[in-house]
Design a protein around this ligand. Structure first.
Ligand code: BGC
Length: 551
């Protein structure tokens, strides 16, 4: 890897910005955003771990796939206690991924290919190796530097009980006791995730200032936006009151809790929005916010706050026509008052891949993908879903790295199975992921699912995604908007909706989804077939199949 001593010049302005008239394009309202998990996308130096040069070399693949933007999970300097979501330096690249020059080159190349770049920012917690936390530990109780985190004396006679009853999302108490500089048992600190991820205290002005500066650093580098990790967690209820119950909290859960979705977070995002708006080219903020309802999520998307939020309520919905229709309506209805686009997501690096999760194999996964891509708003695609990759469910315990796997009751501890490096070729070490091995073993069957194997095969999942994204770009009824018209004369178990052409061309679009296990006769032929998720001969709609029509 090339070593450089200084950060690159910060004069980058993305090549892609406003339209010819200089008016905002609202590009993000209908964008397809592809999530790259840097550890597992492409390995440029053959050490078995993905890296920025690897990603850069594969950008043409993403441009060709037809996505609008790439979101990169964290690549910052990190001890990797939570695969990079434990950041030790927010302005440096971890050497295992490259350096700032690699990041600069990646952003420039992406822009030249017409791809926008969104990076993760992790403001709820840092790594315990972060300089601020280390200094706070060293300086001991009473130091103002401890106020940047949540340090508290313990309860009980000798402070041997945690300060409150909060549970870590990864299992076990959300507090760890420190040692005083003289070696005696000391205060406790809060970590909603692993003990190596101490939570920042967002009541402290230095924390607020630091993150505004971090945002500017990356905006100056040319990024087009931020995916905000645990966006709902920054502000805690005053006094850190007990939750009043003990239960294992779920990643992506939607309970009301004293440390999530507190009203105070919104003022932070208003200040971030002002920074984003100072930069040209519609830079965006995307909230990873797990809230009790779509209405609560919408609050993050008021016109002076963030642009998008992940729709975990959709991701959480099973393969059931009624439930899907309900969550689609609820999602669209809740975004309308704030004027934000709805987003759709089926897979990411924290959940079981949808091919496996939805329980119906590749056919159902493909049908679900075409449904998602037909809905109004923006869609998130997780690397490898365009190849139809399943979850890897039989990883041996000794290769696992997910911290929750190693914590008490870590019921979410199976996230390694969706993080296995993706196959690019049908042969060769690590199936083209790199010239060496791969940090998690890849199943042999993945040879047949490789990019090489699927490219040019019209029946492949990769070509289905490519076609879907091409239709989505070209078709006047697809992309942005907030309306679907349900077609009610279809049998139970079939979701059918129309979207009206936005350009007055009359080229409407109809999507029909058979969620049942048997073929279903359509009451009427909706129009001309544009794309089908499975074999379709024009008759009954096969089981677990989505068909797109021009109507
Ligand atoms: C990320 C997870 C991470 C957690 C803590 C999230 O929700 O997506 O991968 O473990 O935040 O940072």
């Amino acid at each position: 890897m090339t070593q450089h001593s200084s950060a690159p010049a910060t004069d980058t302005a993305p090549a892609i910005r406003t339209d010819a008239t200089g008016e905002p394009t609202g590009w993000w309202r209908e964008a397809v955003i592809y999530q790259v998990y840097p550890r597992s996308f492409a390995d440029g130096n053959g050490d078995g771990m993905g890296d920025l040069p690897g990603i850069r070399a594969r950008l043409p693949y993403l441009a060709d796939l037809g996505v609008d933007a790439v979101w990169l999970s964290p690549f910052y300097a990190s001890p990797q206690a939570d695969a990079g979501y434990d950041v030790a330096d927010y302005r440096a690249i971890d050497p295992m991924f490259g350096d700032l020059h690699d990041a600069d080159a990646l952003i420039r190349d992406a822009h030249e290919l017409g791809l926008r770049v969104i990076v993760d920012v992790v403001p709820n917690h840092s790594s315990d190796r972060h300089e601020w936390f280390q200094r706070a530990l060293r300086e001991g109780p009473g130091s103002p530097l401890r106020d940047r985190y949540h340090f508290r004396p313990g309860r009980g006679r000798n402070g041997e009980e945690p300060p409150n009853d909060w549970e870590s999302i990864f299992g076990g108490p959300a507090w760890t006791r420190t040692k005083n500089p003289d070696g005696t048992p000391g205060e406790w600190y809060l970590h909603l995730f692993a003990p190596e991820q101490p939570d920042f205290n967002w009541e402290n002005e230095a924390v607020r200032d630091e993150f505004r500066s971090v945002l500017r650093f990356w905006l100056d580098m040319g990024v087009d936006g931020f995916r905000i990790d645990v966006a709902h967690g920054l502000v805690k209820a005053p006094g850190l009151p007990d939750m009043g119950r003990t239960e294992q909290l779920k990643l992506l859960g939607n309970q009301a809790l004293p440390f999530f979705d507190q009203d105070g977070v919104h003022e932070i995002y208003r200040s971030w929005r002002r920074i984003l708006d100072e930069y040209p080219g519609e830079r965006i903020g995307v909230a990873e916010a797990w809230t009790p309802s779509p209405e609560r999520t919408a609050l993050y998307l008021r016109p002076d706050e963030l642009h998008q939020a992940f729709n975990f309520h959709y991701l959480d919905t099973g393969w059931n026509a009624e439930a899907l229709r309900a969550v689609i309506d609820e999602s669209l209805d809740s975004m309308r008052p704030v004027g934000a686009p709805t987003t759709w997501v089926l897979s990411n690096h924290d959940v079981v891949r949808h091919r496996t999760r939805l329980g119906g194999g590749l056919g159902r996964a493909r049908a679900a993908s075409l449904l998602m891509l037909a809905l109004p708003g923006s869609a998130y695609v997780y690397q490898g879903e365009e190849l139809g990759l399943p979850e890897v469910t039989d990883l041996p315990d000794e290769v696992r790295q997910d911290p929750s796997f190693f914590r008490d009751n870590g019921q979410d501890g199976l996230r390694d199975g969706c993080r296995v490096p993706i196959p690019w070729t049908s042969t060769g070490p690590s199936y083209g992921f790199g010239s060496g091995g791969s940090w998690l073993p890849q199943p042999e069957e993945w040879a047949k699912l490789s990019v090489e194997e699927q490219t040019g095969d019209p029946t492949s999942t990769l070509e289905m995604y490519r076609s879907a994204l091409a239709v989505r770009r070209e078709h006047p009824a697809l992309g942005a908007g907030d309306a679907v018209e349900w077609l009610d004369d279809f049998p139970a178990g079939v979701l059918a909706f129309r979207r009206r052409a936005a350009d007055g061309s009359g080229r409407d679009f109809v999507c029909t989804v058979n969620t049942t296990g048997t073929p279903v006769e359509l009451p009427t032929v909706p129009g001309r077939v544009l794309l089908a998720s499975g074999e379709y001969d024009g008759g009954a709609l096969p089981a677990d199949t989505t068909v797109w029509w021009e109507a």
